[in-house]
Each structure stands twice: as structure tokens, then as C-alpha cells.
Design a protein around this ligand. Structure first.
Ligand SMILES: [Zn+2]
Length: 130
């Protein structure tokens, strides 16, 4: 599987980077508790050449990248970023200024229940389609 993106430089996996990835995985497990059918997603940790980039996703390969900048943030902010990228990667959900979770920039920080609510809404839109 090709898991490279030109905008983000992947970190080599070492103990420290595994720990960062575990922090991201914990939010994916959180979603899986509510949505057991959630498909597996590859998680990459890296740094962006563009300072404002917090994450990225690739729909076709179900990969998300989370940057060191996002990992410097608190759990609530990181959760919003991870859920957002998961929707891009799993459902192909596009940006939506009206949706606090899918806004193009991190303007609204939802709590866990808010994140799950909007995630489920978008996820159901996809899984209800035959
Ligand atoms: Zn996005």
C-alpha cells in the first residue's frame, strides 16, 4: 500500500511515534464503539511543509495523516481533527461550512458527543445508500 502524500513527510516509526499514533487510534476505537462496522483505516503520523496542515485523508486507500501540529493540541481538538479526516477517508465526505465537524478549518470544537453525533449523521448518509 502506498501511504505517502506530497504535503506530509511521514515520521519513521519509533517508540515515540507509536505513542503519538496510539493517541489517534484511541479516537478511532471511540467511534468503533458506536459504529462497529467502521472499516479499518491506516494511520500515518508526520509533519507538514505547510504549517497550517493538521491532517489529510485519502479516500481510495482509507489512509489518514495526522501532523505533529495536531498532536500538539488537546484531546478535544485532536478528536475533531481525527473524526473529520476519518469521514474524508471512509465516506468521501466533503467540506461543509454548515457542519461544525466538516468545516474546512478547525473553527468549532465539538465535545465527544457532538463529534459522534455529526460523525454518525454523515456515516449513515453513506451506509444507507444501496
Ligand atoms: Zn478536511
Amino acid at each position: 500500500m502506498k501511504t505517502k502524500t506530497k504535503d506530509i513527510i511521514n515520521f519513521d516509526m519509533n517508540a515515540e511515534v507509536y505513542a503519538l499514533r496510539r493517541r489517534v487510534m484511541q479516537f478511532i476505537y471511540e467511534v468503533k464503539k458506536t459504529i462497529p462496522t467502521l472499516p479499518r483505516v491506516e494511520v500515518r503520523i508526520g509533519t507538514s511543509k505547510k504549517k497550517e496542515v493538521l491532517g489529510q485523508a485519502r479516500l481510495s486507500q482509507r489512509v489518514i495523516w495526522i501532523t505533529d501540529k495536531a498532536l500538539d493540541m488537546n484531546d478535544d481538538k485532536l478528536r475533531n481533527i481525527v473524526y473529520h479526516e476519518l469521514l474524508h477517508a471512509i465516506c468521501g465526505t466533503e467540506h461543509d461550512d454548515e457542519c461544525p465537524l466538516m468545516q474546512p478549518s478547525l473553527d468549532t470544537i465539538l465535545d465527544k458527543n457532538g463529534c459522534l453525533k455529526y460523525f454518525t449523521k454523515h456515516y449513515q448518509l453513506i451506509s444507507d445508500t444501496p
